[in-house]
Design a protein around this ligand. Structure first.
Ligand code: ADP
Ligand code: MG
Length: 435
């Protein structure tokens, strides 16, 4: 028995048989690829990968440490991505193995108002390497699809046989340091200056690192001079990054700078549907809409949620219905919404409906005030931890029964009145993306 198998056996002792059979049993340890620092396990699908990363990775790492005597980095990855790569005979590609995620394709990227500009720019670059926008600079918040888009272009280039390097600033820096230490800088320069396409992710980390900025500048000049495509991403516009040499900052703006904004509700829905399709999870429209309205704009959360839903439903042998989804997402929402207050919610609702927050909290009985008040109460109940008496106090109502009466009323409106439901969804979305 190898060490990986031993660790899994030890894990079996610590968890229930059901959990073991559902998830851990499917893991296989790659004894050839694993090293003293890194242990590599394969899982059969993305859901199991996520589930194990979330729930067991620390345990596995701990058990490894006990057996091994030192810390080991645990990698859980998909079996077929590695196999697919193995079957590619192209040594060139392998040598430059740029670790592009094959599922980061244009087909899997859902386009909406928030990201269509960036999408169009990357797509155009993927069809005209080095000819249209060079460099192409994509910026936007966390989890909005920058890496996905950049790698989608990378995948296209790689399939055309181009030598593509995908790297983060951190990896680039580590590689640089290693080559300096080994006195093999020519090899470093050869590698980065002779590729066909260079993709560098999260370029904001160049900030205030002079040595690597200098090296990157020369890499940039060499590639740009040779008409090779460069794509960069960052969390901010080049002007806002700060701590960058002026010559670099200006070069970042030479080609095209495109932003990605948080997705609107429809785009989120499309993304969830796509992820369900990829991960073979079946969810009703209701549930998809619910997830889209409660999650933040950070798309990265979606995959975690789907894998949680799938995993729980398997473990507990239940179908995924709306109540079940609400339960599963509670933890996640509580974490995200810890800072969301009744005040913020009331303000956003008031602004949207063109009345004053104080009117919502008043005893006013006019139609639009009652409408706004109902919506605010309902959303506060859904998104905050406040109790019914707290809600009653905040909204100036008699007591908790008045609140519970209002909530009942709203639930029946949601059932019968499609426009009302849409309004609630829209506002919930607005509120959750503001936090
Ligand atoms: P960023 O690099 O901007 O932080 P990522 O590219 O890593 O974000 O995206 C986070 C996750 O969200 C990935 O799983 C990605 O596939 C997914 N994602 C983001 N935007 C979209 C989209 N428009 N369509 C499909 N998936 C998306
Ligand atoms: Mg990224």
């Amino acid at each position: 028995m190898n060490i990986g198998q031993e660790v899994l056996k030890a894990l079996k002792e610590e968890i229930s048989e059901l959990e073991y059979n559902r998830y851990i049993r499917h893991l296989s340890y790659d004894i050839k690829k694993s090293t003293g620092d890194a242990a590599i396990f394969y899982a059969p699908n993305a859901l199991v990968v996520n589930w194990i990363k979330n729930k067991y990775r620390e345990k596995i790492a701990h058990l490894f440490e006990i057996k091994n005597g030192s810390k080991v980095n645990i990698k859980i990855t998909l079996k077929n991505t590695i196999e697919k790569r193995k079957t590619k005979k192209n040594v060139e590609v392998k040598q430059n193995s740029s670790l592009l995620n094959p599922s980061h394709s244009f087909d899997n990227f859902m386009v909406g108002g928030s990201n269509q500009f960036a999408y169009a720019a990357v797509k155009s670059v993927s069809e005209n390497a080095g000819k249209v926008y060079n460099p192409l600079f994509i910026y936007g918040g966390v989890g909005l699809g920058k890496t996905h888009l950049m790698q989608a272009a990378g995948n296209v280039f790689q399939n055309e046989g181009k030598v593509v390097i995908y790297t983060t600033v951190e990896q680039f820096l580590n590689d640089f340091i290693r080559h300096v230490r080994n006195k093999t800088m020519e090899r470093f320069q050869e590698k980065y200056r002779k590729c066909d396409v260079l993709l560098i992710d999260d370029i904001q980390f160049l900030s205030n690192k002079e040595g690597i900025q200098e090296e990157f500048f020369h890499t940039f000049e060499a590639l740009k001079g040779a008409g090779k495509q460069i794509i960069l991403t960052a969390d901010k516009h080049p002007k806002k990054i700060g701590g960058l040499e002026a010559r670099l900052q200006s070069r970042f703006e030479w080609g095209l700078v495109a932003d990605i904004q948080p997705p609107e509700l429809e785009t989120k829905i499309a993304i969830i549907k796509k992820k369900c399709e990829i991960n073979k999870v079946k969810l009703s429209e209701d549930i998809v809409n619910y997830i889209a309205t409660v999650i933040d704009s950070n798309v990265r959360e979606i995959e975690g949620i789907l894998s949680k839903l799938h995993a729980y439903s398997q473990l507990m042998h239940v179908d995924i219905d709306l109540d079940f989804t609400k339960n599963v997402l509670k933890d996640q929402m509580n974490e995200n919404r810890a800072n969301l207050t009744m005040e913020t919610i009331t303000q956003i609702v008031a602004k949207d409906l063109n009345i004053k927050p104080s009117e919502i909290r008043s005893k006013g009985r006019s139609k639009n005030i009652v409408y706004a008040r109902r919506i605010s109460i309902y959303i506060c109940r859904e998104l905050t931890q406040n109790t019914m008496p707290q809600l009653a106090q905040y909204f100036g109502m008699k007591d908790h029964t008045a609140i519970s009466h209002t909530i009942k009323k709203i639930n029946s409106l949601i059932k019968d009145d499609e426009d009302f439901k849409v309004k609630i969804d829209e506002l919930t979305n607005k509120i959750t993306s503001s936090s």
